[in-house]
Write a new protein. Structure first.
Lengths: 344, 307
């Protein structure tokens, strides 16, 4: 009886850990003759703990990967990290299996990439949102303070002019961040600057959920800010931020999406989104990898190369406001406005 | 003082506490029968996913809730089979159940919805507006407009208190947690009573999980329970294995979470506030303040002797 119990426990444990890693989806390339060379090019993508279902950051990287697979017929594989301790083994696994390019999605994987890229000098690595130095590492950095500035200016104007229904007189906006880390804080720094550029007296509430995959937390953090009279909330919290959008929808206030255009999640609530071109960055890097022109070092993505941007605001927002924001966009591109990267 | 009179603080406290109360009541039934149940985390997580899947497929959040509760119960039966029938170590099996639920839900999420997240048209359970309550001072706004599962908590709590302390079944369940041999010598089936306690924990954890996914939200995320099952277990222990205690402890834990959210950005470090409930649990279990006493046979497998 005892041994049966042990065997059962062991097998359930193994099934659990096996399935936990089973987000990995490997697939063979399409067998078109033109893609014969590229199909031997293997790309592995490791997500951070937010997972591929975050409607944002990780999902965009996946879309970039799929686009590359479709256009170049590269062989792709994806694995989703369940915990931070998965990063090193998952990256190592792809490198060991002879993948040509291993993509690490997220700032949180910086140290893991630093370590693994040294051990596998013949494998190319790409890290999104942070800089890792090494002869075989490409880093993609996004100047999200620029799009943060634009959505900040838009919300500041909507708030000031009461341009949407249910905007109160308390002149308060909210931000829910995931963690106080650079890729989150650059968005927020831009947002502050954008709001204060049009309305220096506006009050901005800022809270961090301290995780990226806990939408229930996002919901209550947003609820807390809404109770303090915030009526437009900018979410920079990945999967946790989805709860921010739900909270705004429930209380008939407004939210601003992040990374991807998240308007489809709540069409009357998400007035615009601060977009980050993770899909383009991923696709371009794979493209250069396939062509053999991939260089180590940092690649910057900003308004000038459409690497970041503001999603088209909902039509309820007056054109005068949208035009004013688009004017600022031109000035940022021209270098006349330089949004800060640090929160005041 | 104004900090404590802020109705929003109490509204947040309720939102955070509700799933903890359901799950801690569940854990209480299981442990009162002598089965340590750390598997509530997994039961909640499974229910959180299943309730979204069924709510979406049937366009009815109530069917989602029923399916979620059923999946929590199914997980508890698996747990009961391993711990009661096979007498495996309860903590190890509990951990295995949690990992199984994490893996299965993550896998199903991708398999069903293909990296797009759960569908946005998933319905959620209704919010009731009891305007009568809104006139109460301070607590009024927190109680007047809540999810239906919050109101369902009141009969659940009363029922739990009554069942455990006023019915023959409750008395017998408690005896199985204190001294199963005594129950057995009275001709009762220890395993059957323990099973009923574990099953109730599955059902109540199922409600807690559904509250997280289709109660306050209408979506599922990988590992969205984020340790709430363990927190509920701690609350139940801090509450001394009693319904009233579980309620109070869950509310204290919820209050401190809510306070830490409200305090973010102020002089008091919110992380410290968030730490307090766990410190309290350690203190309570160690017996320094307000000694807690677990059921005597808690965690000990029982080999049923034939009569």
């Amino acid at each position: 009886m005892k041994s049966a119990a042990f065997a059962l426990t062991a097998s359930v444990l193994m099934a659990g850990t096996f399935l936990a890693g089973c987000g990995a989806a490997s697939s063979a390339p399409p067998s078109s003759p033109t893609a014969s060379k590229a199909s031997s090019y293997k790309v592995g993508l490791v997500t951070d703990t937010g997972g591929l279902n975050d409607h944002g950051f990780n999902h965009l990287a996946y879309l970039g990967l799929m686009q590359a697979k479709k256009e170049f017929g590269v062989t792709t594989s994806v694995v989703q990290s369940q915990t931070a301790s998965d990063y090193v083994p998952y990256l190592t696994n792809y490198a060991q299996q002879g993948y040509n390019l291993v993509i690490a999605v997220g700032f949180l994987m910086q140290q893991a990439v630093q370590q693994v890229s040294k051990e596998f000098p013949h494998t190319k690595f790409m890290i999104i949102d942070d800089q890792v130095n090494g002869p075989n590492v490409t880093s993609s950095l996004f100047e999200t303070q620029q799009c943060g500035y634009l959505v900040g200016e838009l919300s500041g104007l909507v708030q000031k002019e009461h341009a949407l229904p249910n905007i109160n007189n308390d002149n308060t906006l909210g931000v829910v961040g995931g963690m106080s880390i650079p890729p989150v804080n650059t968005y927020i720094a831009g947002f502050y600057a954008g709001v204060h550029a049009v309305d220096p007296s506006a009050k901005i509430l800022l809270k961090y959920t301290n995780d990226f995959n806990n939408p229930n937390n996002g919901q209550i953090y947003a609820q807390s800010e809404i109770a303090q009279h915030a009526d437009i909330i900018f979410q920079v919290a990945g999967g946790s931020g989805l709860g921010v959008i739900t909270a705004a929808e429930q209380s008939h206030t407004y939210a601003i999406g992040v990374d991807a255009n998240q308007n489809y999640l709540a069409p009357n609530t998400v007035i615009t989104s601060a977009e980050k071109g993770v899909q383009i960055a991923t696709f371009d890097t794979i493209k250069e990898g396939v062509k053999g022109t991939l260089k180590p070092g940092v690649q910057y993505f900003n308004l000038n190369n459409n690497g970041v941007g503001m999603a088209t605001p909902i039509s309820a927002i007056p054109q005068s406001i949208v035009q004013q924001v688009l004017q600022s966009e031109k000035e940022i591109v021209a270098g006349k406005i330089v949004p800060p990267t640090n929160i005041p | 003082m104004s900090f404590f009179l802020n109705p929003e603080l109490w509204a947040l406290t309720v939102t955070v506490s509700v799933p903890l109360i359901y799950a801690s009541l569940g854990g209480m039934f299981s442990e009162r029968g002598g089965v340590v149940n750390i598997a509530m985390e997994g039961m909640m997580l499974m229910s959180a996913f299943v309730s979204v899947a069924f709510a979406y497929a049937s366009h009815n959040a109530w069917i989602g809730l029923l399916a979620g509760v059923a999946s929590g119960a199914a997980m508890s039966l698996l747990f009961a089979w391993a711990t009661l029938k096979l007498q495996a170590d309860q903590v190890v099996v509990g951990m295995a159940i949690n990992l199984l639920a994490l893996g299965l839900t993550g896998y199903f999420l991708d398999a069903f919805y293909g990296y797009n997240g759960t569908p946005i048209s998933t319905p959620s359970l209704p919010t009731w507006h009891l305007n009568v309550l809104s006139h109460l001072p301070v607590l009024g706004p927190a109680l007047a407009q809540e999810n239906v599962l919050t109101y369902l908590l009141i009969p659940t709590l009363l029922g739990a208190q009554y069942a455990l302390f006023r019915t023959p079944w409750g008395l017998r369940l408690r005896s199985m947690g204190e001294k199963p041999e005594a129950g057995r010598s009275a001709g009762l089936s220890v395993l059957r009573y323990r099973l009923s306690g574990v099953l109730l924990s599955g059902i109540l954890s199922g409600i807690a999980g559904a509250y997280l996914s289709i109660g306050v939200l209408n979506s599922f995320n990988v590992d969205m329970t984020a340790g709430r099952g363990y927190i509920a277990l701690a609350a139940m222990i801090f509450g001394n294995w009693k319904p009233k205690g579980a309620l109070m402890a869950s509310l204290i834990f919820g209050f401190l979470s809510a306070a830490s959210i409200q305090l973010q950005g102020s002089i008091i470090p919110s992380d410290i506030v968030l730490m307090v409930p766990y410190l309290l649990t350690v203190v309570a279990v160690a017996g320094i303040v307000g000694r807690t006493t677990p059921p005597a046979a808690d965690g000990i497998p029982y080999q049923e002797e034939s009569l």
